[in-house]
Design a protein around this ligand. Structure first.
Ligand code: ADP
Ligand code: MG
Length: 227
């Protein structure tokens, strides 16, 4: 019933986001309040409660830090950047987290490619997608980052060996606050799409034949590229 109401009123994106945020932050706060009351009654098992409370606080922290990122205006301050360097940086950055999960990141690029972009935002795009890939590969494995150059654009495929995405969830994954993870925020792919739109790019999800998922980032190549 709640969902129908939201749809019929055609809430603005900002309104939807605000409602979602309020909801997401209220839940852990309600739970914190409950545990505080419990602790006040001098009940047994305080360590266990403290652990849950710490988790809830971490959830709020996580959400607020992603929100801070969203609230930064997406500027049009784009510069010509080397995609090769950018991807090298991102893969190096993600290497330690990958190793913790027994995951290897293999970066496959050859041609020098330049794109017009806000460097930190496009980095954030790849960080979000690779982070997701690492998180779903519970048994470890390999993430391939494959760069395919076309005339006017470039495709960057991030191929994982995770469980894949069920059909019925494909439409949902880009929605703010949709998550299947215990500590997820459901904001990563929404932010990713916003940044890509600002760069005249797009994100495509491709289901792999055997297992896993490919997230394809498409971006226009910088004009000055042709030499
Ligand atoms: P979060 O990572 O906080 O859950 P995201 O917006 O990054 O939020 O992702 C939303 C959801 O999309 C995830 O919870 C997961 O269900 C699904 N998803 C994203 N990437 C993958 C992937 N590589 N494999 C399987 N499912 C994925
Ligand atoms: Mg994510």
């Amino acid at each position: 019933a709640e969902e129908i109401l939201v749809r019929s009123e055609k809430m603005s994106v900002a309104g939807q986001l605000a409602a979602g945020i309020a909801h997401e932050i209220r839940n852990p706060i309600t739970s914190l309040k409950g545990f505080l009351q419990l602790m006040n009654t001098g009940i047994e098992g305080k360590e266990q409660y403290l652990k849950i409370m710490a988790d809830e606080i971490e959830k709020i922290e996580h959400i607020t830090s992603e929100l801070l990122f969203i609230s930064k205006p997406l500027t049009d301050d784009h510069h010509r950047e080397s995609l090769n360097e950018l991807l090298d940086d991102v893969c190096t950055l993600m290497q330690s987290q990958a190793r913790l999960h027994d995951v290897q990141i293999m970066l496959n690029q050859s041609d020098e490619i330049f794109i017009n972009c806000d460097r930190s935002q496009i980095k954030q795009v790849f960080i979000n997608i690779i982070k997701n890939a690492i998180e779903v590969m519970e048994d470890g494995g390999t993430i391939q980052v494959i760069v395919i150059k076309h005339d006017q654009h470039v495709d960057i495929d991030i191929v994982d060996e995770g469980p894949g995405i069920p059909d019925e969830l494909l439409d949902k994954i880009n929605e703010p606050f949709f998550t299947t993870k215990k500590n997820g925020t459901g904001l990563g792919l929404m932010i990713t799409n916003q940044i890509l739109t600002k760069h005249k790019g797009e994100l495509t999800v491709i289901r792999n034949k055997t297992r896993g998922t490919t997230f394809r980032v498409t971006l226009p190549i910088s004009d000055e590229n042709e030499r």
